[in-house]
Design a protein around this ligand. Structure first.
Ligand SMILES: O=P(O)(O)OC[C@H]1O[C@@H](O)[C@H](O)[C@@H](O)[C@@H]1O
Length: 281
């Protein structure tokens, strides 16, 4: 049910998961879920066919964890964009399969110094998915942001509709964004939006696959919708021309705009649940 594999060498251990409810693949580098396919469904997560497995670089696809900051280094200290979690090797603390076939795994990223935060990720993988990221702060106040940077697999990005964001204010960061049809959102081309504040349930409907992904969140007051569009994707070595049409990132985020500061010893929990159903269910 759980099997280690090393298709990209010893620095990139994978845990392969096979249960009566789903199959999945988890990279301990980044604590990154790479695949999750509930039985009878198309894969829910998109992995780039051009993903690179290189120390210090984030893996393109699945669910990278942005932690303990989202976006650029808040200290301008030259640290990696989207934090250190996705370029660190995590340890697998526990793994079990429950009687109903749900796989439960827990991973940890300990702090290297007393003032730093530590993190635990708990994954529940079955017909639906729950991701729970628990941050325990160290001895210093910490300006904090984080994300489940989920790459959802879609039949065709241009036939994807996102509902649940009506009336939510957003900031668009794509300088060359083309107009998108709104309410519901039909993303087209480059899109890079942070919706804030929003705690709503969001649905990602795939008209061709007749599938809806239902996202519920807690400990997250922002949501990012991102796709690089054709031109940028063609210039990204780990995406490549044309592959942008196979995914849409809909990210559960605690954004820097929220100005969350964790007190010494404080605990922050962010959860994202993904349920899969047919259109009209
Ligand atoms: O290439 P990266 O670091 O994985 O980031 C991908 C994208 O991640 C999104 O969350 C950001 O809003 C985008 O601005 C960014 O381009």
């Amino acid at each position: 049910m759980f099997k280690y594999s090393y298709p990209y060498g010893q620095d990139f251990p994978f845990v392969e998961i096979e249960t009566s409810q789903c199959s999945a693949r988890l990279s301990l580098y980044g604590a990154q879920l790479l695949d999750w396919t509930p039985k009878g469904q198309f894969p829910v997560l998109w992995m780039s066919p051009n993903a690179e497995f290189v120390a210090g670089k984030a893996i393109r696809g699945g669910v990278p964890l942005c932690w303990p900051w989202f976006g650029k280094d808040p200290t301008d200290g030259g640290r990696p964009s989207h934090g250190v979690a996705r370029v660190s090797l995590w340890s697998l603390v526990s793994s079990e399969v429950l009687a109903d076939g749900t796989a439960v795994l827990e991973l940890a990223l300990p702090a290297s110094r007393p003032e730093d935060p530590s993190s635990r990720l708990r994954l529940e993988l079955g017909q639906s998915l729950e991701m729970r990221l628990v941050t325990e702060n160290g001895t210093m106040p910490l300006p904090f942001s984080a994300a489940f940077h989920s790459y959802f697999s879609v039949s065709n990005y241009a036939r994807t509709v996102v509902t649940g964001l009506k009336d939510c204010p957003f900031t668009e960061f794509a300088a060359d964004a083309v107009p998108h049809r709104e309410s519901p959102l039909h993303p087209a081309g480059h899109i890079d939006r942070i919706y804030y504040p929003t705690k709503t349930v969001v649905h990602v409907a795939d008209l061709e696959w007749q599938r809806v992904l239902c996202l519920t969140r807690s400990g997250s007051n922002s949501l990012v919708v991102w796709n690089p569009g054709a031109e940028l994707a063609a210039g990204m070595a780990d995406v490549g021309a044309g592959f942008e049409s196979g995914f849409l990132c809909v990210e559960t985020v605690t954004a820097p705009q929220e100005e969350v500061v964790l007190a010494p010893g404080a605990v922050h929990t962010m959860i994202c649940r993904v349920a899969v159903s047919g259109i009209g269910c």
